[in-house]
Design a protein around this ligand. Structure first.
Ligand code: HEM
Length: 277
């Protein structure tokens, strides 16, 4: 298990961008085959719900596929000993997405805006990619409480200033009552969560998104990758015993609007009690 963004400090929205070593651009785990099987199934049975594209993103999408074709056999020679083979009939971003566990989103600069122009999003954290295509950063983040007044300007600035030589990565996290990676439904009934302090260990999941942003040299587009990890609380505590106490103190910083957005309104008290137990 990797990535522990909960450190016990009260929660506050922040960008937290770090320099990415391109050798670590893509992560491959033991779940590779099963995650890719899920992607193939979603793309076969629910294609239009997980894949979107606009013609203006075609050039960048081709570039993403070419970058992966050269990166993967170098970074993972035992998995790709004879190079990368893809289905050439697919949209290049879809073909690219079927090589990696990451979700892929392409941002194109139109005027001063960075706009989502293509995406293959099989493992969203309760949002629907069809609502986001063609939108700029503020439009995409519309439902996120406090986004505009806290990190909107910094997020725009990161996109404006990103260079080919200096890609970045960051981590987002949340708590859900399901370990299923494919979570497309935006609004969830908070009463549906039947969590008590006694069953939390087995009922709640700690979900992390490792995100990377990389500027593409030819198109000038930005590729945003999202790699989602989810582990049941009992496994998280076994690996990081301090998580139990830290989650409680971190959640003390959550605003009511954020608790609502995350679907936590009815479970915060139970988590606090568990955390102090
Ligand atoms: C530096 C870059 C970025 C930062 C700092 C950032 C930050 C955030 C934060 C803090 C949230 C709230 C998540 C939560 O706490 O659960 C969020 C949500 C989200 N972000 Fe970003 N983001 C960035 C780039 C992007 C890009 C390029 C996309 C393009 C697809 C994107 C798509 C989304 C979506 C779809 C959501 C969920 C919105 C919803 O609930 O409808 N983000 N982002």
């Amino acid at each position: 298990m990797n990535y522990m963004p909960v450190d016990g400090k009260p929660d506050r929205m922040h960008v937290g961008a770090r320099k990415l070593d391109l050798a670590d651009w893509i992560e491959i785990s033991d779940d590779y085959e099963s995650d890719l099987a899920k992607k193939r199934e979603l793309l076969k049975n629910s294609h239009d719900r997980v894949f979107v594209s606009l013609p203006v993103g075609d050039q960048g999408s081709k570039e993403v596929l070419e970058l992966l074709r050269s990166h993967l056999p170098t970074a993972f020679p035992s998995r790709w000993p004879n190079g990368v083979v893809v289905d050439e009939s697919l949209h290049p971003l879809e073909a690219a997405s079927l090589l990696v566990q990451e979700d892929l989103a392409l941002m194109t600069q139109i005027g001063t805006d960075w706009v989502l122009t293509a995406a293959c999003l099989c493992f969203p954290s309760r949002w629907d990619v069809r609502d986001k295509i063609g939108k700029n950063l503020s439009g995409i983040h519309g439902p996120v409480p406090h986004y505009e007044e806290t990190i909107a300007a910094a997020t725009q600035n990161i996109h404006d200033k990103l260079t080919v030589e200096r890609p970045i990565w960051r981590v987002n996290w949340t708590v859900m009552d399901s370990g299923e990676l494919h979570q497309p439904v935006a609004v969830r009934d908070p009463n549906a969560m039947t969590v008590t302090r006694d069953n939390i260990d087995q009922t709640l999941y700690f979900r992390r998104e490792r995100q990377t942003l990389r500027k593409l040299p030819n198109s000038g587009d930005i590729l945003f990758t999202i790699r989602t990890y989810s582990d049941v609380f009992s496994d998280v505590v076994a690996r990081y015993p301090e998580f139990r106490k830290n989650l409680g103190t971190t959640l003390l910083g959550v605003t009511p609007q954020m608790a609502d957005y995350k679907g936590w309104a009815k479970i915060l008290n139970e988590i606090e009690a568990w955390s102090q137990g």
